[in-house]
Design a protein around this ligand. Structure first.
Ligand SMILES: [Zn+2]
Length: 245
């Protein structure tokens, strides 16, 4: 029934998840910035999927991520793009639920703290996380509940989810509004991720509408889509950092 894949499951030809950032914000760290986060679950409960990341303009804020729609049996216009289409990248994304303790004040002056967010890691991020998890294991500690100070180097090409995770202790989630009634069972975590990431017809339409604005892409739609079209074989091609911040 579920469309997301667990850590031990094979990736489908097209994964399926997409971020509707209105449902939940993605966690990012600014260049040369730091953040304070806790993992709601361990690596065994992460989910992964193929997602397309595309930009409607040169502004990185216009970037959007769509989980590939094919897993729902929908036509996926982004899969039909030529491989060298620079405005669209495809990658396998790994999803975690976290609490971001870093206070954030909106333009309207409202301050947010201890909010639940989606942490999206690529292959390189996961490699770094594995080293952090090894360090925790040596201390007989679990990733679930672990709190970290996250730092990102002062480089545009550095990971947008930070590159250094320093362990600061374990978190009592009962203190936070966002996690007061949170169900930590693997089944509930997966259900929550699917709820957040489920691609829908609206996203399909938005992607299709966007593609129609580009004549070159429109032409490419006549090319039959193959499993490897415009997909970077799971290698991340640094979609987040290719645009200036
Ligand atoms: Zn697709």
């Amino acid at each position: 029934m579920g469309f997301l894949k667990g850590v031990d499951e094979d990736l489908p030809y097209a994964g399926n998840s997409s971020s509707d950032d209105k449902k939940m914000f993605r966690f990012y760290v600014g260049q040369n910035g730091k953040a304070d986060i806790s993992f709601l679950h361990g690596k065994s409960d992460l989910a992964h999927a193929l997602e397309h990341d595309f930009s409607r303009s040169q502004n990185y804020r216009d970037r959007q991520q769509f989980v590939c729609l094919k897993a729902l049996g929908l036509d996926c216009p982004l899969c039909k793009l030529p491989r060298d289409e620079q405005q669209v990248r495809s990658r396998y994304a790994n999803y975690f639920l976290i609490i971001d303790h870093t206070p954030y004040t909106s333009k309207k002056g409202k301050t947010y703290v201890d909010t639940m967010k989606l942490l999206v890691m690529n292959k390189e991020d996961i490699k770094r996380l594995d080293m952090t998890v090894e360090g925790l294991k040596d201390k007989k500690l679990e990733l679930a509940g672990a709190r970290f100070t996250v730092r990102r180097p002062d480089s545009q090409r550095s990971s947008r989810v930070g590159e250094s995770y320093s362990y600061e202790g374990h978190t009592d989630f009962s203190k936070f509004e966002a996690t007061k009634d949170f169900d930590f069972s693997p089944k509930a975590i997966r259900a929550k991720l699917e709820e957040i990431l489920l691609p829908n017809e609206l996203q399909a339409k938005a992607a299709a509408d966007w593609c129609l604005k580009y004549p070159m892409i429109k032409a490419a739609e006549t090319v039959p889509a193959g499993p490897t079209t415009a997909i970077d074989d799971g290698e991340d091609s640094v979609p987040w950092t290719a645009t200036p911040e």
